[in-house]
Design a protein around this ligand. Structure first.
Ligand code: ATP
Ligand code: MG
Length: 318
């Protein structure tokens, strides 16, 4: 059994909201509000949710670029929410991030060689030749021609830029990559290509991925385990297989029913099912969410399957 590489424990990230003449803190946006899950070595873990549910904030907290309000993120047993721990453990080398928008995440004024070499320079002392060899190797891993090193980001298509982003993220031999909607800006056909590269790299180098997406359909092909997030909390957590086959939470059912069906034969049936689930969601919402519109804590409902059940169904709850 693979070991857990990251354990997120009751993570909260609250952003202060300031207002009025004195610019005082008058409220908090509870972007992440008590989230726990863990990722095993070399696995792709899916984090799914609609816009604003707190996915990126969770990802940034794991990478260490977002200040955590409370909770722990354990890496090799140490809490990396503290900057001193991150520094001591060389955490910035082991954990990398890939972003949705490759145009703004790759420096437009730098050539590809420097873009990919930058993280290597931070952590290793290579000669110019060694460094160039390494960059060429990384480019070939993501299926890019070697003369790409002389070019600038704007000279590539979105899919190619995303592959350059992957090469850069892989450059430091990381243990974990947080991929925040890495393909959602790409055409469907290119999306599949980039996803295949990510899968290939994950398997070849045993890198764990936190794969963030709003699309359950995409995650299905990528991850063994997944967590569904809504309004800063986790709604349902478990194996991909179990969640697709036996979704329990009304929100998960709703997300699943929203995945478009390609086969024409079942389209009408699918549309009817979708309407039924939408109706159920509107009727039952009050049971599944608290007064703040947030789900209740997760309860184990089966092997590797947890659900934020309605209050009256939580064992030992009042
Ligand atoms: N720096 C910030 N200051 C204040 N509020 C923020 C900040 N960053 C994010 N938020 C708020 O926190 C909530 C969660 O944002 P987050 O970006 O994590 O969502 P997301 O799930 O990644 O959404 P999307 O799918 O749109 O990327 C949102 O309500 C957002 O407006
Ligand atoms: Mg986001």
């Amino acid at each position: 059994m693979a070991e857990e590489i990251i354990q997120v424990k009751d993570l909260k990230v609250h952003y202060p909201v300031r207002s009025g003449f004195w610019n005082r803190i008058t409220d908090y946006v509870r972007a992440v509000d008590g989230v726990s899950f863990s990722i095993k070595e070399g696995e792709t873990y899916g984090l799914i949710g609609e816009s604003g549910s707190g996915k990126s904030t969770t990802g940034k907290a794991i990478v260490g670029v977002e200040k955590v309000t409370s909770g722990q993120i354990l890496y090799k047993g140490e809490d990396i929410t503290k900057e001193s721990v991150r520094r001591k453990m060389n955490y910035n080398k082991d954990v990398q991030m890939i972003f949705q928008d490759s145009m703004s995440s790759l420096n437009p004024r730098k050539r590809i060689e420097d873009i990919i070499a930058e993280p290597i320079r931070n952590f290793e002392n290579l000669t110019t030749d060694q460094e160039r060899d390494r960059v060429q190797e990384l480019l070939s891993i993501v299926g890019m021609p070697s003369d790409a090193i002389y070019k600038f980001p704007h000279e590539f298509s979105g899919g190619q830029r995303q592959r350059i982003g992957i090469a850069r993220a892989v450059a430091t031999n990381p243990k974990l990559i947080v991929a925040d909607e890495p393909t959602s800006a790409l055409d469907l056909s290119v999306q599949a290509q980039v996803l295949n590269f990510m899968k290939h790299i994950q398997q070849q180098y045993n890198i764990a991925f936190l794969f963030i997406s709003h699309d359950l359909g995409v995650v299905k092909h990528m991850s063994e385990n997944l967590a569904i997030m809504h309004r800063g909390r986790l709604v349902e957590v478990g194996s991909q297989e179990e969640i697709y086959k036996n979704p329990e939470h009304i929100y998960t059912k709703r997300l699943l029913s929203a995945i478009p069906k390609i086969d024409v034969e079942h389209r009408a049936e699918h549309a009817a099912r979708r309407r039924e689930i939408e109706r159920e969601f509107l009727q039952d919402q009050a049971n599944w969410y608290d007064a703040d519109g947030r789900v209740y804590p997760l309860t184990e409902v089966g092997p590797n399957h947890q659900v934020a059940l309605p209050k009256e169904q939580i064992k030992g709850g009042e």
